[in-house]
Ligand binder design. Structure first.
Ligand code: AMP
Length: 215
């Protein structure tokens, strides 16, 4: 099974994709996480992606498609994948379909998490994370026990540079202009399901699992 999670930044795609991948025994591939790792490792791809990411713009399609195709051709992806953050443009979606068709497979379900822009802004501008173990917190709604330190490992918490309010607004604009139109593309292909992404994470997980069951 190949599953895609769509939705604005801050919709909880990362958290949900991990849970769904575990439940259905699929490989979780987050294009944003892969890009951040490339930057961390100072690769050529990381260097090329950097300026786009810091501005809140999309990285060019060719770079992203090549990167994701490479990950999807690894043995651990053979049972299927949960794609989180990819595709983000119609050109990426078309190339993904072509690639899957070559392997006699397809996109089976696309779940779009819906939530409004004000909630996205609130979630992202308060988000802090642990660079050591990946735990995320919200400074107002789910703060760590000791301000600025991870509950699990004590490491100092950080904010993503692209969670600054101006960058968040630009990411949202990019989402509405380039990514949100993919819902029409996948609706036409008969694979789109929508889920309320504003609910508590456990409720969203159950809703996603429900819409992913074969009819
Ligand atoms: P994310 O963690 O999914 O919010 O992604 C962080 C940033 O990585 C985005 O704001 C983009 O700059 C870049 N990015 C991630 N996935 C893609 C994609 N599929 N196409 C273009 N840029 C992407």
């Amino acid at each position: 099974m190949n599953l895609i999670l769509l939705g604005p930044p801050g919709a909880g795609k990362g958290t949900q994709a991990k849970r769904v991948a575990e439940a259905f025994k699929l490989l979780h591939l987050s294009s944003g996480d892969i890009l951040r790792a490339e930057r961390e490792n100072k690769t050529e791809l990381g260097r090329q992606a950097q300026a786009y990411m810091d501005r809140g713009d999309l990285v060019p399609d060719d770079l992203i498609v090549t990167m994701m195709q490479e990950r999807m051709s690894r043995p651990e992806a053979q049972a299927g994948v949960v794609l989180d953050g990819f595709p983000r443009t119609e050109a990426q979606a078309v190339r993904l379909d072509e690639r899957l068709a070559e392997k006699n497979t397809q996109v089976d379900v696309v779940v779009c998490l819906e939530l409004d822009d004000a909630l996205v802004e609130d979630r992202l501008t308060g988000r802090v994370y642990c660079p050591q173990c990946g735990h995320t917190y919200h400074t107002a709604h789910s703060p760590p026990k000791a301000a600025g330190a991870c509950d699990a490992c004590g490491q100092g918490l950080q904010r993503r540079p692209d969670d600054e309010v101006e960058v968040v607004r630009r990411r949202l604009r990019t989402y509405h202009e380039q990514t949100r139109p993919l819902t029409a593309y996948y609706r036409d292909h008969g694979v789109l399901r929508t889920v309320d992404g504003s609910a508590e994470a456990g409720v969203v997980t159950r809703a996603i699992q429900e819409v992913c069951q074969p009819a």
